[in-house]
Design a protein around this ligand. Structure first.
Ligand SMILES: [Zn+2]
Length: 369
């Protein structure tokens, strides 16, 4: 049993899975790994072993093995103290077929990519570096779940570390997604009253220059982040929103005064992740507009893709956008104002990766819905 669980964990790490799901079914446990945003079945555990597998996972994370009727959350570190140590968060929940367990593998400093290697355009990177280089204000990265928002912000933090204007860098997150030396990282714990807003207010009394706020998802956090951005702090955060217009509208709806948004928000990045063609098996097409197609081999689990690559677009606070915000324009007016300065075109940026042979047109259609 110990070996089976250890092998599953190790295999998931080697495959660079972000999550590992243990899903109870009538005929046992289905184990699936999320690799490059997609779930792949990796193991099936027969019914007589299910209880032991779940119990082993709970022991590793110090959870109560005898309580199978309540949701539990915990954390563990695999290979603690070694260079390949891996932080894992675990959550269990009782279902009608037994306990469902999900493991999330958190990234560590060596996994942080340089800004240049994310796949974002030179123009976008110049805007990010330029905005982060002085004057404070809010930089928002928007996109759906799993679009690499936090990774981009961490790459930016990594670039900032040691630069004179970056000063003291503090992150407030739920969960802390990367461990980084040289900055203060704080885990939000709502069950202990440590909400985003409360932690942020305390952090602001500790003389920080740069703040990374994991996500703006409630009105109080939005208010504190906006106020901090107006008092000379550089605030980096993410929002779950389809585009810049939608993100600005949500800030308005959360009650952040329009004048704070127009003065505080300096750059909005809209980001998506495309799947990256497996270089071991990609098939030449002879079409210069899309030189490779997906095939499939053992290395890429026969998907044709291995790893991901980011594309994005930016929106800045322009006089027209400012004017629409101050008169509380609706979603359509905000989006029109964002597009007025040259459409923030994600699809066009994604096409760049198709032409360069990193991904395929079908994958671009997947993200553009
Ligand atoms: Zn392949």
């Amino acid at each position: 049993m110990v070996c089976l669980v250890d092998d599953l964990l190790r295999e998931a790490i080697i495959r660079r899975a972000t999550d590992l799901h243990f899903e109870p079914a009538d005929d046992g446990l289905t184990v699936r790994a999320r690799i490059d945003a997609e779930l792949h079945a990796v193991e099936h555990v027969p019914p007589d072993l299910c209880g032991n597998v779940v119990a082993r996972l709970k022991v590793l994370a110090g959870l109560l093995t005898y309580r199978t009727d309540i949701p539990q959350e915990g954390a563990l570190t695999l290979d603690e103290g070694s260079p390949v140590a891996q932080d894992v968060r675990i959550s269990t929940i009782p279902t009608i077929r037994g306990e469902r367990v999900v493991l999330r593998f958190l990234a560590r400093q060596p996994d942080i990519l340089s800004l240049e290697s994310l796949g974002l355009s030179d123009e976008l990177l110049a805007a990010l570096r330029g905005t982060a280089s002085g004057g404070g204000g809010l930089i928002l990265v928007t996109g759906p779940a799993g679009s690499g928002k936090t990774t981009t912000l961490y790459s930016l933090v990594h670039w900032l570390i040691g630069r004179p204007h970056a000063g003291c860098i503090v992150t407030v997150e739920d969960p802390v997604e990367y461990r980084v030396d040289g900055i203060a990282q704080i885990q939000v714990q709502p069950s202990r009253g440590l909400t985003y807003a409360r932690v942020l207010r305390s952090v602001l009394r500790q003389d920080p220059e740069t703040l990374l706020v994991g996500e703006i998802r409630d009105a109080e956090t939005a208010h504190v982040a906006a106020e901090a951005s107006l008092t000379g702090h550089l605030v980096l955060s993410t929002m779950h929103a389809g585009g810049a217009g939608e993100a600005l509208l949500r800030l308005l709806e959360m009650g952040v005064p329009a004048y704070q948004i127009t003065s505080g928000v300096r750059l909005i990045v809209m980001q998506r992740l495309l799947r990256r063609l497996c270089e071991s098996c990609r098939r030449p097409t002879g079409d210069p507009e899309g030189p490779y197609a997906a095939a499939g081999c053992d290395r890429c689990l026969h998907t044709g893709y291995a790893g991901r690559i980011a594309c994005g677009a930016i929106a800045r606070m322009t006089p027209r956008l400012r004017e629409v915000l101050l008169r509380h324009g609706d979603a359509a007016a905000l989006s029109a104002a964002v597009d007025a300065e040259g459409p923030a075109d994600l699809a066009r940026d994604a096409e760049r990766h198709v032409r360069d042979g990193w991904t395929t047109r079908p994958d671009v259609r997947r993200i553009s819905g």
